[in-house]
Design a protein around this ligand. Structure first.
Ligand code: ADP
Ligand code: ZN
Ligand code: MG
Length: 490
């Protein structure tokens, strides 16, 4: 039996992402894309004859949606099309598609031929991924399988603007695929094109994967993997597929091009559809819409609006703020976190000091709430509050230990750290006389240990420091305690 291993094969991956664009109204009508602020969101309330696909209605192009795709194209170094871009009909029947076709772009997308530089954690470096295209289309309705053999359809999502972004088959590992997804998400958030939230469904991802013997130029047979609810699932599903392909080829089997779904619980993929069953969408130009001809001036205007991108921000942190590449990477892997950090620095905190707090204690608290999807921009304690706390520590008015407790307390309440320190009596004791008195008390209480220390057990020094801190409820200035204790013992 021939046993093949993964090292004999090279992995090839291409990624397709659908992102819901951040517009107020839908792609071809004026229905709102988001629920009303009162929190109610009844099915089929944000609908009209256009997005319900009634005969005789006419679509109108959402200008902002077009802009957001162009903006994304520019951020991804794409060529942004200024020739006539046609919308096209992608024809198929499904209950979530009331018109019987989806309006999309096919032959000529709004943006094409770009690239994204992706830092890859663990692989120590970055990869440049070719972007084939980014185009504009509309979302379908949402089907809910109600059980007992019937389904219900909610058209609130029908006609919401969607952008599809497709990569070249440039990725070489599942870890790279995950890193690409995460980088793209932060880029879309940075430019405000999409909330890009996998949990909320505003970002959906599919992976295409194949393997080929190392050294072979031709690609192997690819499989498309769907039903991925997180970047972790993407990575796991691709790992699973690579193993499956290598094992099959090792047994002398040939792979079939097909679409497979990821079963998160079982940790495996399942065939959904083979190539033979693939749809023929009969694309043709949408006769109800004029060709789109974005002017050069419009493109230039958008280019001027581009904010700092994650890759530029990372470089600025290293070159201008003197952060380590590691810290810069951690901060810019999360757009909201980096923005928070920038505001702490803007409030006057020295950049490295601010980075320590934001990537350290602040991120630790943030991660505790990760399952609720909490991001830095929604934390009650605002950046000026964190800056205030760091200022108190640096001014010697609260100990490092107590400052952590104050941060934990104000993180969710948003209270002023200074007010909490005062109210809770957590202010630092820097009065030498008071500290000396505590030291005397500790040494008197632990006479045997003092004897051992003087007899050469130097390790006991830390014990004495700990006792003094305990007596002062963590409020004593640790540096002063060390100095005074040393003087007292020598
Ligand atoms: P399809 O027509 O099946 O949708 P495309 O050519 O549009 O295929 O490619 C879809 C995605 O699959 C792209 O991201 C592309 O880079 C990727 N892809 C194409 N061929 C391969 C392959 N052999 N292995 C892995 N990914 C591939
Ligand atoms: Zn509508
Ligand atoms: Mg395709």
């Amino acid at each position: 039996m021939v046993v093949s291993t993964r090292t004999e094969y090279e992995t090839v991956i291409g990624i397709e992402v659908h992102a819901q664009l951040r517009t107020e109204s839908k792609m071809f009508c004026s229905c709102p894309t988001t629920p009303p602020p009162d929190g109610t969101d009844e099915p089929n309330t944000r609908v009209c004859p256009v997005c319900l696909g009634m005969p005789g209605t006419l679509p109108v192009i959402n200008r902002r949606a077009v802009e957001l795709v162009m903006l994304t194209g520019l951020a991804l170094n794409c060529h942004v099309e200024t020739d006539a871009v046609r919308f096209e009909r992608k024809n198929y029947f499904y209950p979530d598609l009331p018109k019987g076709y989806q309006i999309s772009q096919y032959a000529l997308p709004l943006a094409s031929n770009g690239r994204l530089v992706v830092p890859v954690p663990g692989e120590d470096g970055e990869v440049t991924i070719g972007i084939t295209r980014a185009h504009l289309e509309e979302d379908t309705a949402r089907m809910q399988h109600a059980g007992r053999g019937y389904s219900v359809v909610d058209f609130n999502r029908a006609g919401v603007p969607l952008m599809e972004i497709v990569t070249e088959p440039d990725l070489r590992s599942p870890a790279q695929a995950r890193a690409y997804g995460e980088s793209l998400r932060e880029l879309l958030r940075a430019i405000g094109a999409s909330h890009a939230d996998m949990d909320g469904g505003s970002m959906r991802i599919e992976g295409n994967v194949s393997v080929r013997p190392v050294g072979q130029a031709a690609f192997g047979t690819k499989v498309e993997v769907k039903n991925l609810n997180s970047f972790r699932s993407l990575e796991r599903a691709l790992e699973y597929e690579v193993d499956r392909h290598v094992e099959a080829l090792g047994r002398g089997e040939t792979l079939v091009q097909e679409t497979r779904g990821w079963d998160e619980e079982a940790g495996r993929t399942i065939v959904q559809r083979s190539k033979e069953e693939a749809n023929d969408y009969r694309y043709f130009p949408e006769p109800d819409l004029p060709p789109l001809r974005p002017s050069e001036a419009w493109v230039a205007e958008l280019r001027a609006q581009l904010p700092e991108l994650p890759v530029q921000r990372r470089a600025r942190y290293v070159e201008e703020l003197g952060l380590s590449a590691y810290d810069a990477g951690v901060l810019t892997s999360d757009h909201a976190l980096a923005t928070y950090y920038d505001q702490v620095v803007a409030a006057g905190i020295e950049p490295k000091r601010a980075a320590n707090w934001v990537t350290g204690e602040f991120s630790r608290l943030l991660n505790r709430h990760a399952s609720e999807g909490l991001r830095a921009d929604a934390v009650a304690l605002r950046p000026d509050g964190l800056a205030e706390l760091i200022g108190e520590v640096d001014g010697g008015r609260v100990s490092q230990t107590n400052a952590k407790a104050v941060l934990a307390a104000t993180f969710e309440s948003g209270e002023s750290p200074r007010a909490v320190i005062e109210r809770e009596g957590m202010g630092q004791v820097s009065d030498t006389g008071a500290i000396r008195a505590e030291i005397d008390a500790v040494l008197a209480e632990h006479a045997p240990q003092v004897e051992q220390y003087r007899g050469g057990n130097a390790k006991l020094f830390g014990f004495f420091v700990g006792q003094v801190m305990k007596r002062t409820a963590g409020r004593a200035d640790a540096k002063l305690v060390n100095e005074e204790l040393r003087r007292r013992l020598e």
